[in-house]
Design a protein around this ligand. Structure first.
Ligand code: ATP
Ligand code: MG
Length: 360
């Protein structure tokens, strides 16, 4: 008897700007890879949440939005943000409630130079830069703690308080060590700013030491975030898995994305390693209204994050097949303008689907 075909329920939230264009592309690629694999199907439900909904009704997502998402196997997210809606409203109105509501505490950002894509670093090509940045996604500098006193007065004070808990740091550290262990080089760099910040950052260093004792096979080191930016540029081969706070990893991953060639290729997973609810997968880039509707958005970041999603669902073979197809299409020079080509979103998507179908 044939194995039962597994069905995964996917919540698609394309949202704003180029989000719908890249999510449509990603769904085509996922469909192609599921058909080729034969072992699973995807049951996709579309949610029209985002800035248009905000302008119609005053909220980006419904009040019971999290309840609506909780039984899905994964969330496939586009981009949020619109020129006529303030950034803090779009940020706090959709992505963050989902990330925090499902306690997706590990934000995982693979970065490598794909074939056919040129890094701004001289003499650095595919194979020289292959990192995964693990960003603490639930607390730290973005805990929303702080306030303003004497607003508008000369003596006004604004505080922005970073909150680090032992539970929060320990779980992200453990996740990072495990991820490093799953990769061939078994190399981890723990980033802090513990020379200038003497409390939470020193606690990070201490917890790294403690957790490392459970991972004797991992070679790891500590870096200050400022020195880390230099090392990423000067010695990319020396790095593999990287773990940092919410703020530090936010900044480092933008740098990493730029070094890998374009924002248009950088993916991310917001993961709850304990799988208490769905994890969420999205391209790192935003809504990019300057190119919205032109059909030239780079879909590669979305393909890559779709591959991350398949991996998370347990479909590693399909995840790898999708990435092989993406790499072959990039290597063949079928690229959108942001990475120096002249192909459209649909040209790249069609080529990736074709590569999935025709691979031996
Ligand atoms: P947001 O406000 O949501 O962050 P944004 O307009 O600032 O959106 P970003 O996504 O942050 O846009 O990207 C900055 C620029 O990079 C865009 O204006 C766009 O030109 C380019 N860009 C981003 N993503 C892509 C992509 N997938 N394909 C091509 N170009 C992109
Ligand atoms: Mg932006």
């Amino acid at each position: 008897t044939p194995d039962a075909v597994r069905t995964y329920r996917i919540a698609a939230i394309p949202a704003d700007g180029i989000g719908p264009e890249v999510i449509a592309a990603g769904l085509q690629a996922l469909e192609a890879v599921a058909r080729r694999d034969g072992g699973f199907t995807l049951d996709v439900t579309d949610f029209d949440w985002g800035s248009d909904r905000y302008k119609r009704s005053g909220a980006l997502m419904p009040e019971d939005g999290r309840e609506q998402l909780k039984d899905f196997d994964a969330i496939f997210f586009g981009a949020v943000g619109a020129p006529d809606v303030p950034d803090h409203i779009t940020l706090w109105g959709l992505r963050l409630p989902i990330c925090q509501g499902f306690d997706q505490y590990a934000n995982v950002r693979p970065t490598k130079i794909l074939p056919g894509i040129t890094s701004p670093l001289a003499n650095v090509g595919p194979g020289d830069l292959d990192w995964v940045i693990v960003r603490e996604n639930s607390e730290g500098e973005y805990a929303g703690m702080g306030g303003r006193a004497h607003r508008g007065m000369p003596e006004e004070v604004g505080t922005e308080v970073a909150i680090f808990t032992r539970t929060g740091v320990e779980r992200i550290m453990r996740y990072a060590f495990q991820l490093a262990q799953s990769r061939p080089r078994k190399l981890l760099t723990v980033v802090t700013k513990s020379n200038a910040q003497r409390h939470g950052m020193v606690m990070w260093d201490e917890i790294a030491e403690e957790v490392s004792r459970d991972f004797p096979d991992i070679s790891w080191d500590k870096m200050l975030v400022d020195a880390m930016t230099v090392r990423m540029v000067k010695n990319p081969r020396s790095l593999d898995t990287i773990v940092a706070t919410n703020l530090h990893a936010d900044i480092l991953s933008d740098l990493a994305g730029a070094l890998a060639g374009s924002l248009g290729v950088a993916p991310t997973g917001n993961i709850d390693p304990e799988r208490r609810g769905p994890s969420m997968f999205e391209p790192i880039h935003g809504s990019a209204f300057d190119i919205t509707g032109k059909g030239i958005a780079n879909p590669v970041a979305t393909f890559w994050t779709a591959s991350q999603m398949l991996e998370h669902l347990g479909e590693a073979a399909a995840a790898q097949r999708l990435m092989r197809a993406v790499e072959s299409v990039c290597a063949a020079g079928i690229l959108t303008p942001d990475v120096g080509g002249s192909a459209t979103t649909q040209d790249v998507t069609t080529a990736v689907c074709e590569a999935i179908r025709s691979e031996n």
